[in-house]
Ligand binder design. Structure first.
Ligand SMILES: Nc1ncnc2c1ncn2[C@@H]1O[C@H](COP(=O)(O)OP(=O)(O)OP(=O)(O)O)[C@@H](O)[C@H]1O
Length: 608
């Protein structure tokens, strides 16, 4: 038999809540998000090139203004004084043309960039959804739905805010700065030098801001995610919250988390409050220096007045976009932190791997074998030390045992929601790792305690595993498990819309619907986590009857909580500490003096 392959682990999202990463981790996270960004943008190469041309045109239009002002003052006006208006009309027309081209190109740039941004967001939204469905149960059990919700909502929202408004502004601002610096240097290199000098403190201030804000924005995103997680957890567990009077505690916890969020926000604003005035100060000092030096040079006759006017306009305009970049830096940091988290989620690989060359399973019989199975959740303690078990096709096995004995774990291994740490689970002699998930899910179906009903009609809910099943088959399945009668009594029969979590149907009826769903799917192996909820006696009888029909002619493993269920099993396995401690027919075990006999007596006493 082949050696057990290395078990995959959840890795990419493990340090996502840490705000202070090591340099190496920080680089890895950065390059992962940049990689994702590159990947998202790659289908838009052509549109990006057009957008690039448009932004250059629009910037040239804006930058031409001050140069034309200089030319008008220094050349056209002296000519006009001599009675010739030719240059003035040429420069005037050029100014209008630059404004029109700049305006049109600017507008087209915004529209094009928005189209790319929306395309990227659509792609990302789909990828996140697809990925969350693709990842294995191990990931979902550790990552929690609240965190996934915050990836899909607030993180994608932060990216949307950046892409919708901020990014186009930043791109055109940056482009404008480069062009202004270039034009100024060409016009008058000494003024260009003054601007370059101002870039030193401006660059240092920006670097200082960037470093701090990166940490602050990570803290902000983490605080916001924690808030969502707490909210989702409280809402999903509302019954427990109210039953145990936890309202004030959860409110207190939520208040603390909200406060953390508020403080994280305030820290980012505080930082901005120092960065922006700092930049403004540098900008104004630079204008003053350029004016003083320029004025002195005009007096000396080494600079034309028009050039000085243009230089001042350029320096002033240069600092306006810096401020804009500074302002957008908020949105940018927020989005960068969001992208880091989303890219972590997308980089995660399913721990249960699809085989490259699956072995075919034409007609599954349902023969199950656990061969020296050893299992631990992640780095946790060993839950199943060494389990050897054979369940012949068609046998109904009831699993009983103390809580935490490993019954649900066994069910998760047989259904391959998890892979074994060591050893093999075989269906009809084939390792589950070698089966395609399509074949496996057709052959092995798990019915959980929750019996989850999706919003949609009763019919759609029954046909979940076979959406194309004809009405006769759906009805036959419902009849077989005894659900047909109550379905007909629902307001619209099979077309009745069930509310979320089956609000309109009782818990027993919900179970019957999930039995019908499993019956229609007709698997060779059925794994059933029986509901512990106490049904009333008629309700239990109804469910019991449905269950019996469902179990006939297939292999079944039931995590049994009811005596009546154990009675219909062919075989009972009593588990303790991950091992099977008793194994036999119900009658044999009852007749003995082991754990099951004691459990059985206790059960019977509870019924009296
Ligand atoms: N997702 C998980 N991650 C880590 N440990 C887990 C996980 N699920 C279960 N365990 C641990 O594995 C052990 C076996 O749990 P399991 O749910 O299989 O027991 P069980 O016999 O089904 O119990 P119960 O009857 O209470 O449902 C327990 O110690 C539990 O703490």
């Amino acid at each position: 038999m082949s050696a057990t392959p290395q078990t995959r682990r959840v890795t990419a999202t493990t340090n996502e809540d840490e705000t202070l990463l090591s340099l190496e981790q920080s680089h890895a996270v950065r390059s992962r998000s940049l990689g994702l960004l590159g990947n998202l943008l790659s289908p838009h190469k052509k549109a990006l090139a057009i957008t690039g041309i448009l932004v250059v045109l629009s910037t040239v239009g804006q930058v031409a203004g001050p140069a034309l002002v200089a030319l008008t003052i220094d050349r056209a006006i002296p000519q006009l004084v001599e009675g010739d208006a030719t240059l003035l009309s040429v420069y005037g027309a050029a100014y209008v043309l630059a404004a029109v081209v700049g305006g049109l190109a600017g507008g087209a740039f915004i529209r094009h960039a928005a189209r790319i941004a929306q395309g990227v967001l659509l792609d990302l939204r789909r990828r996140v959804f697809r990925q969350t469905q693709r990842l294995s149960l191990e990931f979902h059990e550790t990552y929690t739905s609240g965190r996934i919700i915050s990836r899909q909502t607030s993180d994608l929202e932060a990216l949307r805010e950046l892409l919708d408004g901020g990014l186009t502004g930043v791109i055109s601002s940056m482009m404008l700065m480069v062009f202004i610096a270039g034009s100024l240097t060409l016009l008058d290199w000494q003024s260009g030098l003054i601007l370059a000098g101002a870039m030193v403190p401006a660059g240092m201030l920006t670097r200082w801001f960037q470093k701090r804000s990166q940490v602050f924005y990570r803290q902000q995103r983490t605080a916001s995610a924690r808030l969502i997680v707490k909210f989702v957890e409280t809402m999903t567990g509302m019954r427990a919250v109210q039953a145990f009077r936890r309202e004030s505690t959860t409110e207190g916890d939520y208040g603390d988390l909200s406060n953390d969020y508020r403080e994280a926000n305030l820290r980012t604003f505080g930082l901005n409050g120092r960065y922006q005035p700092g930049l403004m100060l540098i900008g104004n000092v630079t204008v003053a220096v350029a004016l003083a030096v320029g004025g002195w040079r005009v007096l000396n006759g080494t600079m034309d007045v028009g050039v000085l006017a243009a230089a001042l306009l350029y320096v002033k305009r240069f600092f306006q976009p810096i401020q804009q970049v500074g302002m957008f830096y908020n949105a940018f940091q927020s989005a960068a932190a969001a992208l880091e988290k989303v890219s972590g989620l997308l980089a995660e690989e399913p721990t249960v791997v699809e085989p490259e060359k699956p072995r075919p399973l034409e007609k599954p019989r349902g023969d199950l074998r656990l061969d020296h199975v050893r299992f631990a959740y992640g780095d946790g303690p060993v839950v199943l030390p060494d389990l050897d078990l054979h369940i012949p096709a068609g046998q109904t096995v009831a699993l009983v045992g103390t809580t935490g004995a490993g019954k649900s774990t066994l069910a998760k291994l047989v259904t391959r929601f998890y892979d074994t740490t060591d050893g093999h689970v075989l269906l009809d002699g084939i390792d589950l790792r070698e089966l395609s998930s399509k074949d496996l899910r057709r052959a092995v179906v798990m019915v959980t305690q929750e019996a989850y009903l999706f919003s949609g009609s009763v019919r759609e809910n029954i046909a979940l595993g076979r959406p194309d099943a004809p009405q006769e088959d759906i009805e036959a399945a419902a009849r077989a498990v005894g659900a047909h009668e109550f379905i007909l009594n629902l307001p619209d029969g099979y077309d009745t819309e069930v509310n979320k979590r089956g609000g309109r149907v009782s818990s027993g009826q919900r179970q019957l619907l999930s039995f019908a769903r499993a019956f229609l799917a007709d698997p060779a192996v059925l794994v059933l986590d029986e509901a512990t909820s106490s049904l009333d006696i008629p309700g239990e009888k109804l469910v019991q009857h449905g269950l019996q029909t469902l179990l006939s002619d297939r292999t079944a493993i039931i995590i049994a909580h009811r005596l009546s269920t154990v009675a219909i099993a062919d075989r009972v396995l009593v588990m303790a500490h991950g091992q099977v401690v008793e194994d036999g027919t119900p009658a044999d075990l009852i007749a003995g003096d082991g754990r099951f006999a004691a459990l059985h007596t206790a059960w019977q006493d509870s019924l009296v």
